[in-house]
Design a protein around this ligand. Structure first.
Ligand code: PSU
Ligand code: MN
Length: 301
């Protein structure tokens, strides 16, 4: 892969071994409503800076992979009039060659961050194995990229719209270590616990950083690490509301396929919850950006 276009600020930080945190753009273009997405983009960058790291939001603009976006570029990514396409890792070559504007998922953000030399990445929810994957084969490329790309991904687990047990099994098969942050249960995005255990639990950012450093330094292979951080308690979604939205969302998107599935489900949650899910989504992604920054700081220490 040709080297992405890296902003001066990010390039300098990397050269000086200062902490950098990658952020994805699909959550902005396809995961949050217009207006709110731009506010969240700004808050995410602020959280990272306040924690002593440099934010590097990733997107493809005019066929060029960007690691670090200017304010004007963030405006562009967040404006629905620009209709950014959702780009997973396999779509990057097409986007480059055709000169497209696109938003990057966990898979493509991880790949581009790694290519730029950024090893820590914060997001909301990871893609995973969809319910019914036995028939549809719908398994997010996020899992495959995490298995082959040495980045730390900090997220709030995966949504219960997915088959969480199968997702965790696949992460085990593909040798991706999963750490629970202050929890022994894998989080389920809007809910703090999925009921499935995590293999490892860490209590502090320093501990998480020590695991990442040991994994990178002394374990053969090239997989990433998943650090699963539960949604802040005060934003955890009420269980009944959650279960209702989930049942309705799965029914409403039965005929949606491919890369449209995840955005359609998110849209349903946001509309049907009257915005509760948007507040939850923002709270957890900000919390993940903070934790990722703290780990990035430790890794540079
Ligand atoms: N899960 C969420 N919010 C999101 C996504 C997933 O709760 O915004 C986005 C991420 O960018 C993730 C992508 O990488 O969806 C996964 O899409 P798919 O299932 O099509 O691989
Ligand atoms: Mn899919």
């Amino acid at each position: 892969m040709s080297t992405p276009s890296i902003t001066e600020e990010v390039r300098t930080a990397l050269a000086e071994n200062r902490p950098v945190v990658a952020l994805e753009s699909t959550i902005l273009s396809h995961g949050l409503p217009p207006g709110r997405n731009r506010e969240v983009a700004a808050r995410l960058e602020r959280v990272v800076r306040d924690a002593g790291a440099v934010p590097a939001t990733v997107a493809v603009l005019g066929g060029v992979a960007k690691v670090g976006l200017t304010d004007a570029e963030l405006d562009h990514v967040c404006d629905p009039a620009n209709a950014l396409v959702k780009l997973s890792r396999r779509d990057l070559g097409a986007a480059f060659a055709l000169g497209l504007d696109g938003a990057t998922t966990v898979a493509s953000t991880s790949a581009l961050a790694h290519a730029a030399g950024v090893g820590v990445f914060a997001t909301g929810g990871l893609g995973g194995v969809h319910r019914g994957a036995r028939e549809t084969w719908d398994v997010s490329a996020d899992l495959d990229v995490l298995a082959t790309t040495p980045v730390l991904v900090v997220c709030s687990g995966v949504k219960s719209i997915l088959d969480i047990g199968a997702t965790l099994e696949l992460l085990e098969t593909r040798s991706v270590p999963v750490l629970g942050f202050g929890t022994s249960s894998f989080p389920a995005f809007y809910r703090r616990s999925s009921g499935f255990d995590v293999p490892w639990r860490v209590e502090t950012a320093a501990q998480a950083a020590a695991v990442v450093a040991a994994h990178r330094g002394s374990v053969p292979g090239t997989s990433g690490v998943l650090l699963a951080n539960p949604i802040p308690v005060e934003f955890e979604m009420d269980l009944d509301l959650h279960d209702r939205l989930l049942a309705e969302g799965l029914a409403a998107t039965r005929d949606v396929h491919g890369k449209d599935v995840t955005p359609a489900l998110l849209e349903h949650f946001h509309t049907a919850s009257g915005g509760v899910s948007i507040d939850a989504n923002e709270a957890l992604v900000l919390s993940n950006a903070l934790l990722a920054s703290q780990v990035a700081v430790e890794l540079c220490g």
